[in-house]
Design a protein around this ligand. Sequence first.
Ligand code: ADP
Ligand code: MG
Length: 625
Amino acid sequence: MPIRQLSQSLINKIAAGEVVERPASVVKELMENAIDAGASRVDVSVEKGGMDLVRVVDNGHGIATEELPLAVASHATSKIIDADDLFRVHTLGFRGEALASIAEISRTIVRSRTHESPAGAELEVAGGTLGAVTPCGCPPGTLFEVHNLFFNTPVRRKFLRTVSTEFGHVSEAFTRIALAAPHVHFTLRHNDRTVFDLPASEGQLDRIARFFGRELADHLIYVESADGDVRLSGYVAHPSQSRSNNRMQYVFLNGRHIRDRALQHALTEAYRGLLTVGRYPIAFLQFAMPPDLVDVNVHPTKLEVRFQDSGRLYSQLLSTLRGKFLTTDLDTRVRTPDEGAEPTGPDDRARQMRQELVDWAKGEVASWHRPEGAHPETGPGFSAAHTPASTAVSPLSLTRIDRPWTPAARAACPLPPHSADTAAEPPTEAPSKPAGRLPGLQVHNAYLVTETDEGVTIIDQHALHERILYEQLRSRIEAGPIETQQLLVPEPVDLGVAEAAAALDNRELLEQLGLRVEPFGGDTVLISGYPAMLANLNPSEVLREVLDRILAGGKQPERRDLLDDLLHSIACKAAVKAGDRLTPDEISELLRQRHLVQDAHHCPHGRPTALVFTRAELDKQFRRT
Ligand code: ADP
Ligand code: MG
């Protein structure tokens, strides 16, 4: 076959093959043109998944009547002039090919009017053949209607899928653009049904909530960083929220949605260890950089771009996310009660704090029982030598306590002024051997009754569990100095006059407890560091708790006493309460651990945990002797 110059029509059809894959491509190109025209409102409506009609109406700057034929001509654009402009692209389009391609394979109607012009004009292009430009009445802005896509390329029309599949693609294209341009009011209609109506909003978060739900949006983590001219900002989901594919990873470059393998990889890397295999993180990330740092002219639909320094972006993304995760209390967020509802009132806060304490203490206790090596963060100062003697005991799994932690509950579990290290009396009775004995019985949901060598023992379940937890916490702390965790953002705490004075007067003492405070003016102090072991607790609550103790005791308390008080209140909050029904397994675990604590006879407050009726006493009472 001889070499021939292809006709313009065929050239356009070939170009259309690259740019227009399906109705969603038309939606994308027309929406991008509207944004490039500075529109503040864009209405998209499609029929039959866009196969019959795609209509996009905008209120942008419009096209001058005499330029209408040029707009739909190939290689005609108002967005660049010379080759250097390719590296100064601030618009979404620049190739001048989209409209020509679309008009070649459909029946396209364009109606447009500039804001200066008293009237608009209309042009129809059918399969690439231009009609006449005729005047028409229309508001300023531009309307495009693309009818019967692929009507003259039947093979391509056959590749289209079902209406719902095509509309799915349309909706996805719409979502990407609407996410990138939150300041524009967008609507999407399908077969006369409004699918989205998104008024202009300040930021992307609102849009995310509209598309993916409040629940997801409320749990996103904001990230931000700058590396030279490259700015990264956006939202990533908490690891508890993930997907089984990577479709919820939206990356935008200078307002353009892109796909980039390296950045996707960085995202996966950042979540390594936080997600189970086969789960993908959710992210909405925007990169902003000078246009000359990126070549957007490497892909017909510009979905892929080429960065000048892809490695730098990779490390920026990875380090930004890792840094954020290290300083974010991911655990606490997972445990936020009420399925994500933020605490509102003081009761909710108290309940949340108490639940966190309980979870933390249970988690800690449970983790100590894991075999060596299974502990994810066995660090120096927490070697097996320091673990309590109860290493071999399996963790207690106790009934969830639903009583709120209120001042009344606190009063029910009072701390004596100087309850430091109660001299540990060795157990006076021989440890019982559960084997062959009656298992423990719970009575009144508050006491455990058990048979021992000596006779019968009645145990206060709360007092015993509290003692066990307390001793376990204490041996953890005795294993090493209290590590202070630096707060990335120091937390201001408003205190009473006396509390503020006590906080500043006792800075050294607080520092020994791992609490670093600084004056902030008035009765406000700044917490800049707090005990790492209390990472899941609210720093200001911890500070108040300690200040309470400082103010309660007449004389200056010792570090040891304060620390002890903290442990007491943690143990008290975490322990089962009177009124909690225990399962037989829980009862026997509790009884089993009883023999492993140093002072099984007293709760940390010095109250007895058990009463013993000796066999001799019973015999005497029943006149058997
Ligand atoms: P490109 O966007 O790459 O320039 P297009 O074929 O999409 O190429 O559009 C060609 C030209 O038509 C644009 O450069 C622009 O000047 C004009 N145009 C297209 N759509 C609109 C619109 N909605 N409002 C104003 N002008 C438009
Ligand atoms: Mg365009």
